[in-house]
Design a protein around this ligand. Structure first.
Ligand code: TMP
Length: 205
């Protein structure tokens, strides 16, 4: 693997999308080859699974079904898009990866972080990014940002505040356990956040 694999994690409204857009501008200015991609989705099979996962319907989804679907979508996206880009030497900026499942399904849904980690190790054959930025924000502020930006709410956004608080707790726990995760406060302006993250990325490029 010769490219550089970087992933971004965070609760709703943490500013991942804006941050990634800013990083893309920086990479383009420097003519660096990159791929931006998001989970769940990124390739046709995985996008179809995304629709099932995020569609707001009246029929409940079993938490383990949800976890397995996320892992399946991840697998397809990884082999079809991410690994080839890394082989080509690209910088891969990835909006969410395994940590999202460990926190959302493992911690917040209560399936167990270790269990979900094991499921995903199987799905990805243990492949992990070089570095993962976790954008930490108070969920009340994050959800307020979503409302202000009028982004369409998905099935998981509709979970109650307690769920979103658990998400933050789960990520903070994971940051203590895994050195790969860099916990960055996202309670600041987008420009400032971008410069902070870019400094770190430059040090690994
Ligand atoms: P996003 O496109 O806003 O990041 O939305 C994706 C949603 O899916 C978000 O609420 C987080 C959730 N999610 C999981 O629950 N588990 C996962 O493994 C991933 C990748 C996302």
């Amino acid at each position: 693997m010769i490219g550089k694999w970087i992933s971004f994690e965070g609760g709703e409204g943490s500013g991942k999308t804006t941050l990634i857009e800013g990083l893309v501008e920086k990479l383009e200015e420097r003519n660096l080859p990159y791929l931006v991609t998001r989970e769940p989705g990124g390739v046709p099979v995985a996008e179809k699974i995304r629709e099932i996962l995020l569609e707001k319907t009246d029929s409940p989804m079993d938490p383990m079904t949800e976890a397995i679907l996320f892992a399946a979508s991840r697998r397809q996206h990884l082999v079809e898009k991410v690994l080839p880009a890394l082989e080509e030497g690209k910088i891969v900026l990835m909006d969410r990866f395994v940590d999202s499942s460990v926190v959302y399904q493992g911690y917040a849904r209560g399936l167990g972080m270790e269990r979900i980690k094991a499921l995903n190790e199987f799905a990805t054959e243990g492949r992990l990014p070089l570095i993962t930025f976790y954008l930490d924000i108070d969920p009340e502020k994050g959800l307020e940002r979503i409302r202000k930006n009028k982004r369409t709410m998905n099935r998981l956004d509709y979970e109650n505040l307690l769920f979103h608080k658990k998400i933050r707790e789960g990520y903070q726990l994971l940051c203590q356990k895994e050195q790969r995760l860099q916990c960055i406060s996202a309670d600041k302006g987008p420009r400032e956040l971008l410069e902070e993250v870019w400094q770190i990325i430059q040090s690994i490029l």
